[in-house]
Design a binder for this molecule. Structure first.
Ligand code: HEM
Length: 173
């Protein structure tokens, strides 16, 4: 309950409504995929992450791949789900823990999430102009909230995954 109160203080109802309308505009923009652009920018700035997505360093045609586009769409709908639930902290944490585990399994470290901030800012600026987004600051705030919450809960989830693994092993023997 305490946690829920915190979130209500963090985002007021007017902000949440505006955030949802604006994010919906971005998600359903037919001409370009925000999620794809976001990760293309990340990979341009950090080619060391290419291998995480199954690409090699010298592969340049990843810009065109359906795999990265599908991933981009997935990321957008995940953010949609999170943004729709910002008034329910328990639900947010449930969703975030699943998301953390998904990244943990792929060896992604929590500090790497800082590298998504600049790409997010750049692509948000571009889309805000194109789509006449009035309050990009609400979107920025919601995204940063999610990213920070993921980083905050990362180590707890890591410990839990390790515990689960060790109990799996001891059950085997
Ligand atoms: C707030 C930021 C992020 C969100 C909301 C997010 C969301 C997601 C989601 C929903 C998936 C599952 C969808 C799928 O597998 O297609 C996913 C997978 C993945 N994410 Fe993230 N992610 C974030 C940040 C990052 C960062 C910073 C990295 C790398 C440094 C990363 C690397 C990956 C990889 C490698 C996969 C697996 C892709 C695949 O198997 O094709 N993510 N992410």
């Amino acid at each position: 309950m305490q946690m829920m109160n915190n979130t209500f203080e963090e985002f007021n109802e007017e902000e949440l409504q505006s955030l949802r309308i604006q994010w919906d505009k971005i998600v359903h923009y037919r001409h370009e995929c925000f999620g794809l652009k976001l990760f293309l920018r990340l990979l341009d700035l950090h080619p060391e992450y290419l291998c995480l997505f199954g690409f090699t360093w010298d592969e340049f045609d990843y810009h065109e791949t359906a795999r990265l586009r599908a991933h981009g769409i997935n990321v957008m709908y995940m953010l949609n789900m999170l943004f729709d639930n910002l008034n329910d902290m328990d639900m947010i944490d449930e969703l975030i823990c699943k998301l953390i585990r998904l990244h943990l399994m792929r060896g992604i470290q929590k500090s790497w999430f800082d590298d998504i901030c600049e790409p997010f800012e750049t692509v948000l600026r571009e889309f805000s102009q194109k789509l006449n987004i009035e309050h990009p600051e609400f979107i920025r705030k919601a995204f940063m909230f999610v990213k920070n919450r993921m980083q905050l809960l990362y180590d707890d989830n890591m410990a839990q995954v390790l515990l689960d693994q060790s109990s799996d092993i001891s059950e085997t023997y």
